[in-house]
Design a protein around this ligand. Structure first.
Ligand code: MRU
Length: 350
């Protein structure tokens, strides 16, 4: 996608350095951050400089390539690689794409006949993963656009747009594709407390693509559904269990229940790399709980134009901050994947 007319990917690699869009600064500043080592990359994933399952996966794939490039020649090579893989695995526990990408690059390195071949295979596999990720978003866009009528009003939660992938996105790809086909689309954007990925990132992306939208408070979706102002819901996924249960950004579950109550189709858009066929159901998906300050404070631009943090709650308040929830498969109308639109009990195999 383009920013000020210039095409960008969310994350990419130049030599040994990973470069990525610094997402916590959006929409107020657009900056690229350089990460010279895999430890810097792991920290960027953990602190959500890069976030969104697909982008996390691509960053982890490149991070693994950094690990393999950094590893010393000789007997310590594989120990370093395995240790680096573990460092990257420890960053975000819910996003299946993270684990998928680490395993793909690790396997390519392990199967290579020499250290030099392992370094080359790791870099090539990481690049292939990023390209697959972008292509998957585009294919999701084609399949999902058919579900959006001209004049359609779509609700989305969090950010599953191009910033959450290498390009295109998952939930927003059908919106972008429908708009390019000449359809008029309106998007209701859940603000998505506590980190406000909807208000900060999704609205910025939609603005860039010239798509009409309104940010709504997280607790307003039911109001608009009941009034008949939402035609369909499309969300992304951080992990999909084998039975079709979905882990996605906290608040997704209640949107799905509300959509079912109001007879509104509820779609989950995701690449095949997000499906965890070894995970039987949603209860087995690890749910990340993040620090309480994300709930207790808000971050943004103040009236003087400075980025700053303000405390919302009283001085001694504590908070709980689960980052994801589980939406049971029975609330999901269909999965939009690069292979087409599937009912929950017919998830495509890799
Ligand atoms: O915590 P984040 O920002 O990494 O969460 C990921 C998300 O943006 C959403 O859950 C999204 O719908 C899935 S990512 C494609």
């Amino acid at each position: 996608m383009k920013v000020d007319g210039k095409p960008y990917r969310t994350v990419w690699m130049e030599g040994n350095t990973i470069r990525m869009i610094n997402q916590p600064l959006i929409p107020h500043r657009f900056e690229i951050i350089d990460l010279p080592t895999h430890k810097d990359t792991a920290q960027a994933i953990k602190t959500m400089i890069v976030r969104g399952a697909g982008a996390i996966g691509a960053a982890a794939g490149y991070g693994m390539a950094q690990v393999v490039l950094e590893a010393p020649d000789g007997p310590g090579f594989m120990d370093y690689v395995l240790q680096g893989a573990e460092t990257l695995r420890q960053t975000r526990p819910t996003a299946q794409d993270l684990f998928y990408a680490i395993e793909r690059v690790l396997q390519a390195a392990q199967e290579a006949p020499s250290v030099a071949a392992a370094r080359q295979a790791a870099v090539e596999t990481a690049q292939k993963l990023a390209d697959e990720n972008a292509a998957a978003g585009e294919a999701i866009g084609h399949h999902g656009a058919a579900l959006i009528p001209d004049g359609g009003r779509v609700l989305t939660h969090c950010n599953a747009g191009w910033l959450a992938f290498v390009d295109w996105g998952s939930a927003l790809a059908p919106v972008y594709m429908a708009a390019r086909q000449g359809k008029k689309v309106f998007v209701f954007v859940d603000e998505t407390r506590p980190r406000c990925q909807g208000a900060r990132l999704t609205a910025w992306e939609l603005q860039g693509e010239g798509i009409e939208h309104a940010i709504i408070a997280d607790n307003a979706a039911g109001y608009f559904m009941r009034r008949g102002e939402i035609d369909l819901v499309i969300v992304g996924a951080d992990r999909i269990a084998a039975n079709g249960d979905v882990a996605n950004k906290i608040g997704t579950y209640e949107k799905a229940v509300c959509a079912a109550e109001n007879g509104i189709p509820f779609y989950v858009a995701a690449p095949l790399s997000t499906i965890d066929h070894d995970c039987p159901n949603g209860d087995a998906i690890p749910i990340e709980e993040r620090e309480e300050d994300e709930v207790l404070y808000a971050f943004g631009l103040d009236d003087s134009g400075n980025l700053s943090r303000v405390r919302l709650a009283h001085r001694d308040a504590h908070a709980r901050n689960p980052a994801f929830d589980i939406t049971p498969a029975r609330y999901i109308t269909g999965f939009i994947t690069p292979k087409g639109v599937h009912p929950p009990h017919q998830l495509p195999l890799p």
